[in-house]
Design a protein around this ligand. Structure first.
Ligand code: SF4
Ligand code: SF4
Length: 56
């Protein structure tokens, strides 16, 4: 299990700052979660203003 960022992401960066293991990275304004590093903690989902991180 891991979280995945949906198309709803507006690129604010809040989730990347909140992730305890640095699993969220940005490239060309798009944020993505490294599924192999994600601990499934849900902190990103809790901080996202648009609910883009979803549990897979
Ligand atoms: Fe990081 Fe937790 Fe979100 Fe996984 S669920 S990307 S570990 S904040
Ligand atoms: Fe995108 Fe939500 Fe992360 Fe902001 S907190 S970069 S809107 S997924």
């Amino acid at each position: 299990m891991a979280y995945k960022i949906s198309e709803d992401c507006i690129g604010c960066g809040a989730c990347a700052a909140e992730c305890p293991v640095g699993a969220i990275s940005e490239a060309d304004g798009k944020y993505a979660i490294d599924a192999s590093a994600c601990l499934d903690c849900g902190a990103c989902a809790g901080t996202c203003p648009v609910g883009a991180p979803q549990a897979e």
